[in-house]
Design a protein around this ligand. Structure first.
Ligand SMILES: *Cc1c(COP(=O)(O)O)cnc(C)c1O
Length: 353
C-alpha cells in the first residue's frame, strides 16, 4: 500500500446514495448525483449510479469528459455555468448545463445548432445566496430570450443556497423559485420539466414537508459522499466514513509543547500561538497542506489531537496514544473540503473495496 491513501468503501457510498434516492422518491424528487467532490473518481461514480442516481452533475468539463470516455451513459449536466471558451465541449459532452448568462446560452445554441443537437438549459435564479443566478425579477425577460433560441431546450429553473453567502434554504426562499416556475409557465404557455431546488442542505426541508411542491429535483453531493449536512434525518444513519484518510507516521518524539526561540511567522505567513502544556509525545504524519485542507481532518481515534501542519507535515499530539510509533498508520474522517483536496492530490493514492 502506498501512503497517504484515501480508502473508499463503495458499499457505504452506494448505501448513502440509495437512502437519499428513496427519501426523494417518496416526494417525486429526482436526484442529480454530484461528482465534483471526488473528481468524478470512477469506481465511486459507479457506486453512486448503483445506489440509484439516474442523472449526474459535475462542475468541471474535464471530469465529464473522463466519465464519457469511460462509458458512463447517464445524462450528465455541467453544474457550474459554462465558460464561453468551453462551449463546444459542453455541447459535445454534457446533456445540459446550469446557466445564468444569456450570452453564454446563445453561444450554446449556436454551437448545438451547428452540430444538429439540442442542449438542455436550466436557468439559475439567485434567491439570496449571491453566488450564481439571475435575480428573480429578471427571470421572465431572460426566459423570453431563451425561448427564441433554436437549439436550446429550456428544461427549467434552479437555485442554489448555502454555498457562498451561507444563506440557509427555507420554505420561503425556495418558494420564490416555485412561484417563478408557475409565473413563467403561465406567461409563455410552456411547461417546465425541471425545478431544481438546491443541494444537500435542501434535503432537510423534506423533513417537515417544507419543500414547495413544485420542486422536483435536488443536486446532491456532500450528503451522498459523506453523509453530512442532512442533520434533520438522524434516523437514516448515513455513513460518514465512506472516505477515510490513512497517513503514515514518520517521527515520534517527546518534545515541548511550545516552540523554543523567538517566534516570527510560520511557513504560511502567520504568527502561531501555542499553549504551554509541558512535554508531550508528538508524532508527525506524512501528509500536509499541499494535499489537504487540514482543518477538515478529524482523527478517528479520540485520543489523538491535531496540533498543526505545514506543506508536508501533520503534527499530532499522541501523548495519550502509546501505540502510535514510527510506521503506524493514523486514520481520519474527512470534511467536504478535506475530501475534495485529497481527491485532487496526485500525492494521495485512492484505494477502494
Ligand atoms: C456543488 C454543487 C451542488 C452540490 O452541493 P452539495 O452541497 O455537495 O450537495 C449542487 N449544485 C451546484 C450548482 C453545485 O455547485
Amino acid at each position: 500500500m502506498i501512503y497517504p491513501s484515501v480508502k473508499i468503501d463503495l458499499e457505504k457510498l452506494r448505501n448513502n446514495t440509495n437512502r437519499i434516492v428513496n427519501l426523494c422518491k417518496e416526494k417525486d424528487i429526482e436526484v442529480m448525483g454530484i461528482t465534483k467532490g471526488i473528481c468524478a473518481f470512477l469506481p465511486a461514480v459507479r457506486a453512486i449510479i448503483g445506489g440509484g442516481a439516474k442523472k449526474l452533475g459535475d462542475s468541471r468539463i474535464k471530469n465529464i469528459k473522463m466519465m464519457r470516455k469511460e462509458g458512463i451513459g447517464l445524462p450528465i449536466y455541467l453544474i457550474r455555468c459554462p465558460m464561453l471558451s468551453e462551449i463546444k465541449e459542453v455541447v459535445d459532452l454534457a446533456d445540459g448545463s446550469l446557466n445564468s448568462e444569456l450570452e453564454v446560452i446563445k453561444a450554446l445554441s449556436y454551437e448545438a445548432l451547428a452540430e444538429g443537437k439540442k442542449h438542455k438549459v436550466i436557468l439559475m435564479v439567485d434567491v439570496g445566496d449571491l453566488r450564481e443566478g439571475v435575480m428573480p425579477e429578471d427571470a421572465l425577460d431572460i426566459t423570453e430570450e431563451i425561448l427564441k433560441l433554436p437549439a436550446i431546450e429550456f428544461e427549467g429553473i434552479g437555485t442554489n443556497t448555502g454555498c457562498f453567502g451561507g444563506v440557509k434554504p427555507t420554505y420561503r426562499n425556495t418558494k420564490i423559485l416555485a412561484d417563478l416556475a408557475n409565473c413563467i409557465e403561465k406567461k409563455y404557455s410552456i411547461e417546465l420539466k425541471t425545478i431544481s431546488g438546491g443541494n444537500s442542505d435542501t434535503l432537510n426541508l423534506l423533513k417537515e414537508s417544507e419543500l414547495p411542491p413544485r420542486v422536483n429535483q435536488l443536486r446532491i453531493g456532500e450528503a451522498i459522499l459523506l453523509g453530512t449536512r442532512v442533520n434533520k434525518f438522524p434516523e437514516l444513519q448515513f455513513y460518514r466514513d465512506s472516505f477515510v484518510l490513512e497517513a503514515e507516521i514518520i517521527e515520534v518524539k517527546m518534545k515541548p509543547s511550545r516552540p523554543i526561540g523567538e517566534i516570527a511567522c510560520d511557513a504560511f505567513g502567520k504568527v502561531p500561538v501555542f499553549e504551554d502544556k509541558g512535554l508531550m509525545r508528538r508524532a508527525i504524519a506524512a501528509i500536509g497542506r499541499q494535499d489537504c485542507i487540514i482543518e477538515g481532518l478529524s482523527p478517528l481515534k479520540d485520543l489523538i489531537e491535531i496540533i498543526g501542519s505545514s506543506s508536508d507535515h501533520l503534527i499530532l499530539d499522541v501523548t495519550k496514544s502509546k501505540d502510535i510509533n514510527v510506521g503506524s498508520k493514523v486514520r481520519f474522517r474527512l470534511s467536504y473540503s478535506a475530501l475534495i483536496t485529497l481527491m485532487n492530490s496526485n500525492y494521495v493514492t485512492k484505494n477502494y473495496s
